[in-house]
Write a protein of this length. Structure first.
Length: 254
């Protein structure tokens, strides 16, 4: 499914095409260019540290990223605005009023994926929000040339969200899964509990993306003036050990 035809540069769109709400955004050209440049520097840095041991992906290059990388790319404000807009919109559905809302990124990593690498079905723990940002998408479609599959959907390299078993093609009662064809500059924000997978592809070229996990917290005062957490993380501030904030490129300590 393509979203770019309806998205303007810098626009954030929040919708519920199935199950939970998702946010889609089209990166401004300068943000996309900045992230490409910074991630290229990371991938060629001898000091890059892999985050792969903590991830589900069957992918060789998954180096960590930190806040300074996003600041250097000129991307931090736009990304934080997308997360905040997502939570604001979601909070309206539950009628939260006169509340204080905060968000913060917990961890981020770069995914440099090549032929035959993939992400099996998984979700993300220890957070409430997850996101993916596509920086480079090679030619991935129509390369297998399987005559017996002519006319079938080509899933190579696609992102798939799985919410329930209620998906029977033409069923109008429920859509339990969603397929997204990656496009350069597309950012997707989704609940961290949502199961998802990335199919492998063949051919030359790099499918490059950034993934991160984040948290939100909604609080309000009760009738006695005491602050109560009504939704999200119980943590009032960012944790002391935060890979996104504390990680340094030349150190394995976070």
């Amino acid at each position: 499914m393509s979203f770019f035809k309806n998205l303007k540069e810098g626009q954030v769109s929040i919708s519920q095409p199935f199950g939970p709400s998702l946010a889609m955004a089209k990166l401004p050209k300068d943000v996309l260019s900045g992230l490409k440049e910074v991630t290229s520097e990371i991938l060629t840095s001898p000091d890059r540290n892999s985050y792969g041991s903590k991830l589900a992906g069957v992918i060789n290059e998954e180096p960590m990223m930190n806040e300074n990388d996003f600041i250097q790319a000129g991307a931090n404000k736009f990304i934080e605005q997308c997360i905040y807009a997502y939570i604001i919109e979601a909070s309206k559905k539950f009628g939260y009023k006169d509340c204080s809302i905060s968000t913060f990124i917990r961890e981020a990593w770069l995914v440099s994926q090549f032929a035959n690498e993939y992400n099996p079905i998984h979700n993300h723990l220890g957070c409430e929000i997850s996101s993916v940002i596509y920086l480079n998408v090679p030619k991935m479609k129509g390369l297998r040339n399987l005559k017996t599959k002519a006319g079938k959907v080509d899933n190579d390299g696609d992102l798939n969200f799985i919410y329930s078993s209620g998906d029977r093609g033409t069923d109008i009662l429920e859509n339990g899964k969603m397929r997204i064809v990656p496009e350069e500059g597309l950012m997707i924000v989704f609940p961290s509990f949502l199961y998802h997978a990335v199919y492998p592809f063949i051919g030359d070229g790099e499918r490059r993306s950034i993934a991160f996990n984040a948290s939100y917290r909604i609080v309000k005062k009760d009738i006695n003036g005491k602050i109560q957490v009504v939704s999200g993380s119980e943590e009032g501030v960012q944790p002391r050990i935060n890979p996104y904030k504390n990680y340094k490129r030349n150190s394995n300590n976070i």
